[in-house]
Design a protein around this ligand. Structure first.
Ligand SMILES: O=C(CO)[C@H](O)[C@H](O)COP(=O)(O)O
Length: 278
């Protein structure tokens, strides 16, 4: 349903309208974009239901919202609010460092992050209807999203050359159910849509993720921490639609104003969100 689209983090009604007008296929309603979550520190939790309801009332595109990893009660609350998707997100502070939510217990679809094929298939086994790379949200630095995308896509390509008899040991090695490994091999892709997320900040970043084989892109801090959010939001949507057309990419990359200031993930004080769960 959302394939080929951009999903934007928004923190209020005004930003939600900017995202909708720019052509986003959905929004992620949250109180602070990941760059601000990093800046503020402390515990990041599910957003206030009132702000989620206000955003739902203001726009017509689907509204997603985040629950903490393993926080099945936050997920119950979001389901009661009739959000369109729940993101079980490492961007919030995990509530359970061992167990993810059993997503089969809900009618609402879930999206979950991954760094590699094994992690993607574990989340699908728990009931995730959509996968995204984790990247490193809030950094404006696409390097980890590229790493995770290459890990997933490379593993799927390697799977194509494996003999079916080899899948049992491979499934054990990547800690994923063999049935899902077999299905991925035969489909030549994940059995659910797979979006890029975490660090996408420019139209070129978004097109890069699409050319690497992603089905769509999540953008948060990159839009609303930039000099001209409305213009950048439109440009990123155009870049995802025309990801294989460098002429259009050149056009939409022009005169966008300031991009968000990024964070070097190799800095010794850097806190990884992607490594908070596996
Ligand atoms: O958690 C998310 C996706 O589920 C965020 O929407 C996304 O990762 C935002 O990251 P960034 O602020 O780096 O664009």
């Amino acid at each position: 349903m959302l394939k080929g689209g951009v999903i934007m983090d928004v923190t209020n009604v005004e930003e939600a309208r900017i995202a909708e007008e720019a052509g986003a296929v959905a929004v992620m309603a949250l109180e602070r974009v990941p760059a601000d979550i990093r800046k503020d520190g402390g515990v990041a939790r599910m957003s206030d239901p009132e702000m989620i309801k206000a955003i739902k009332a203001a726009i017509t595109i689907p509204v997603m919202a985040k629950a903490r990893i393993g926080h099945f009660v936050e997920a119950q609350i979001l389901e009661a609010l009739n959000v369109d998707y729940i993101d079980e997100s490492e961007v919030l502070t995990p509530a359970d460092e061992i167990h993810h939510i059993n997503k089969h217990n809900y009618k609402v679809p879930f999206v979950c992050g991954c760094r590699d094929l094994g992690e993607a298939l574990r989340r699908i086994a728990e009931g995730a209807a959509m996968i995204r790379t984790k990247g490193e949200a809030g950094t404006g630095n696409v390097v980890e999203a590229v790493r995770h995308t290459r890990a997933v896509m490379g593993a799927i390509r390697a799977l194509q050359t494996m003999d079916d008899d080899e899948l049992y040991v491979y499934a054990k090695e990547i800690r994923a159910p063999v049935e899902l490994v077999r299905q991925t091999k035969h489909l030549g892709r994940l059995p659910v849509v797979n979006f890029a997320a975490g660090g996408v900040a420019t139209p070129a970043d978004a097109a890069l993720m699409m050319q690497l084989g992603m089905d769509g892109v999540f953008v948060g801090s990159g839009v609303f921490k930039s000099g001209d959010p409305a213009k950048r939001a439109r440009a990123i949507v155009q870049a995802v639609t025309h990801y294989n057309n460098p002429k259009v990419l050149a056009e939409v990359s022009s005169c966008l104003g300031e991009a968000m200031v990024g964070i070097d993930v190799r800095d010794k004080n850097f806190t990884s969100y992607a490594q908070r769960s596996e």
